[in-house]
Design a protein around this ligand. Sequence first.
Ligand code: PCO
Length: 197
Amino acid sequence: MGESNVLVACTGSVASIKIPKLIEHITNSDAKIEVKLVTTQNAQHFFNPGELTVKVHTDAEEWESWKRIGDPVLHIELRRWADLMVIAPLDANTMAKISNGICDNLLTCIVRAWDMKSPLLFAPAMNTHMWEHPLTAQHLSTLRGLGYREIPCIKKTLACGDTGFGAMAEVETIAAQVMAALLPQQQHPSSSQHESK
Ligand code: PCO
């Protein structure tokens, strides 16, 4: 079995409260997986980085770690490191940004620089009315067309009290999709498209 590097990314949906559980599910799987987390500024409202066992990367670090030509560029380093990226939750704001090529923070820069031969999964999460807005269908269609793999949202009573679609898929489902996407690489490590790590 090969070893895989999984980049989990989270955005400013309340579903980011599930990040500790999601990371636990992925790291406790039978597969050999190293996980790193990329978080937007807003997602940091919803979990305590201190309770995580993985490295957490932020926008502040991207700027602080670069002083002069020759210093590593964090979004490129993380792109090189990752065999797979999973954005969970993907909120309406970041969905709009990445489907339009905007790259104004660490997470969206990694997506903009992504090696399209590697799997990129996303689990949308947002209010039902945002989900049902026609812009969402346009953005989803762009992301699917690029080959990014959707982990569909589910229907439930949301954090704001509305009931309907827009809740993030269960963490068990997301972790299972990550494992499934890694399977070819775990079985045939030499098929990895990435530079040596
Ligand atoms: C609500 N927005 C949301 C975002 C999606 N919600 C969810 C679930 C959680 C609890 O089970 C928060 C994970 O409801 O994914 O609720 C109003 S803007």
